[in-house]
Design a protein around this ligand. Structure first.
Ligand code: SF4
Ligand code: SF4
Length: 489
């Protein structure tokens, strides 16, 4: 027999669906077999609650008056990335405070916001004609923000290696404190409760799947970064509205010696479509193995010491090199079960409908290491040549000294065999680089000589013969397609 997500939603709406947690499904499949389990169970809920360093929030602060284009932003002295639009920023969970160091970071700011605490917002700008303000210092709460999106590029790890330390000294890592001479083992993940372990072939979990995220509904938006399904290391990219979340399922943490990180609760529903899905969701801790790696080796290829199942690891003691050593999780199984149970209740209460994925997760992907190479493109601040791209000089904003900007423009023009103020020194040089033009149309309203025209399809062309060298188009072209753009083409 087989079911569809639609038919399961109909059963849920009628109050006739049977929902179980993944750990309950393990027992059901073991006792009754996958075929009967597929008949009896409609949805399996999973859960995981672990440190997600690869996470953060997209924030929109709204505009001040006069407005400011934030070029650098700090929240409680933790810098957020502001290389986007005027009042948007991305605050990464592991970013450390510039004032107090690694004991407080982006994750703590996120939790403080979630708990309704005031956060000091500081931002600076170089000032532009459209955004003249140069600095602000204020206080914001989550409710003041227009937008706060928890964006987690990598979560739901299908598998994560365990850690030990064969060295002679204790080391502090993102896998926690590792005692010398293989004194302990730490591990992560939720084993049989973990989302992708219950659907390792991505039969039901895909892009657009609605999930539990941080205590609120969220979404799978794609494969996670470093998604590597062929080696069993699939991951999920997820996002959700921070304002709807709960600090019960989103907690800042600090790994001594490493820095801040954010614990995020994720739960994924698995619709039991058929016997194959049921069999996969019947996975047990004994079926899932990870490699215990030696973190004393400073290499991306840390040697494996042995393979162990979650059943062995969760037993609390494990044999390693002839000794029995303690093994402890970094993720919370308690929270993972609570998440799976909460999601189960949401579905039973009719508060959470299952969604059909818009697309499947990739079943093939390659994760390459970063190779260290000597740069060959001469990229440097001085040359302004980044792999063949000519950088528009004189474009550093209002606080660039006029003389400096002029010198840069002239130097760039000289390099092109042109005069920085026009074409009089090289009449043969092209005004307009058609290949560089992306037809935005910004030049159309500028030129008094009607050099630039567009067709019905908004394709821009230039009749250079009409140009009288007035210079008004200097600094107009965002694509660097005009000779008067301070550097290009
Ligand atoms: S402004 Fe530049 S990119 Fe835009 S249409 Fe004109 S030449 Fe093309
Ligand atoms: S220099 Fe003046 S006339 Fe020539 S293209 Fe630019 S705006 Fe038009």
């Amino acid at each position: 027999m087989s079911k569809t997500i639609e038919s399961i939603n109909t059963k849920i709406a009628a109050g006739k669906a049977r929902i179980v947690r993944a750990d309950e499904m393990t027992r059901i499949v073991r006792e009754r077999g996958a075929r009967r389990a597929a008949e009896d169970v409609d949805v399996v809920t999973t859960g995981t609650f672990g440190a997600m360093c690869s996470s953060g929030v997209w924030l929109n602060f709204g505009h001040t008056d006069p407005p400011l284009r934030m070029s650098r932003v700090w929240l409680n002295d933790v810098e957020a990335y502001a290389g986007v639009a005027a009042v948007d920023a991305y605050l990464g969970a592991t970013q450390a405070s510039t004032a107090v160091g690694i004991g407080y970071g982006g994750a703590h700011v996120i939790e403080d916001l979630l708990r309704g605490r005031p956060v000091v917002l500081r931002a600076v700008s170089r000032g532009t004609d459209c955004y003249p303000r140069k600095r602000i210092l204020t206080e914001v709460r989550l409710e003041d923000l227009n937008f706060a999106l928890l964006a987690n590029p990598r979560n739901g790890y299908q598998r994560y290696d365990a850690a030990a330390n064969s060295g002679s000294e204790t080391i502090q890592t993102y896998m926690g404190k590792l005692l010398p001479r293989l004194g302990n083992v730490t591990f992560s993940g939720a084993g049989e409760l973990s989302p992708l372990n219950n659907d390792p072939g991505y039969r039901t979990v895909g892009i657009g799947t609605r999930v539990f995220l941080g205590g609120a509904p969220g979404w799978i938006t794609g494969p996670g970064t470093q998604h590597n399904p062929e080696t069993g290391f699939g991951t999920l990219m997820v996002q959700g509205d921070l304002k709807a979340m709960s600090a019960d399922f989103l907690r800042a943490a600090f790994m001594p010696g490493y820095g801040p990180t954010l614990y995020i609760g994720l739960g994924v529903p698995i619709p039991v479509l058929d016997e194959e899905v049921a069999a996969a969701a019947g996975v047990s801790d004994a079926d899932i193995s990870v490699t215990i790696r030696d973190y004393s080796v400073s290499s991306r290829n840390r040697p494996g010491l042995k393979t162990a199942s979650y059943a062995e690891l969760k037993a609390g003691m494990i044999d390693l090199n002839g000794r029995t050593v303690p093994a402890a999780p970094l993720s919370s199984f308690h929270k993972a079960r609570e998440i799976a149970e909460t999601l189960k209740q949401w579905i039973l209460d009719g508060e959470f409908e299952l969604t059909q994925p818009a697309a499947s997760l990739p079943r093939r992907a390659q994760v390459r290491p970063l190779e260290m190479r000597r740069p060959t493109n001469g990229a440097s601040k001085r040359s302004g040549d980044y792999g063949g791209r000519k950088v528009a000089t004189g474009g550093r904003g209002k606080n660039v000294k006029e003389s400096e900007a002029g010198a840069n423009t002239e130097a760039a023009a000289e390099a092109r065999g042109q005069c920085g103020n026009g074409r009089q020194n090289n009449e043969a040089a092209s005004l307009w680089n058609e290949g560089q033009c992306f037809h935005c149309g910004a030049c159309l309203s500028i030129c008094p000589s009607h050099v630039f025209r567009r067709d019905a399809d908004w394709r821009v062309t230039a009749d250079e013969a009409l140009c009288n060298d007035c210079g008004r188009c200097d600094g107009v072209c965002p694509a660097g397609a005009l000779a008067k753009n301070g550097g290009a083409p």
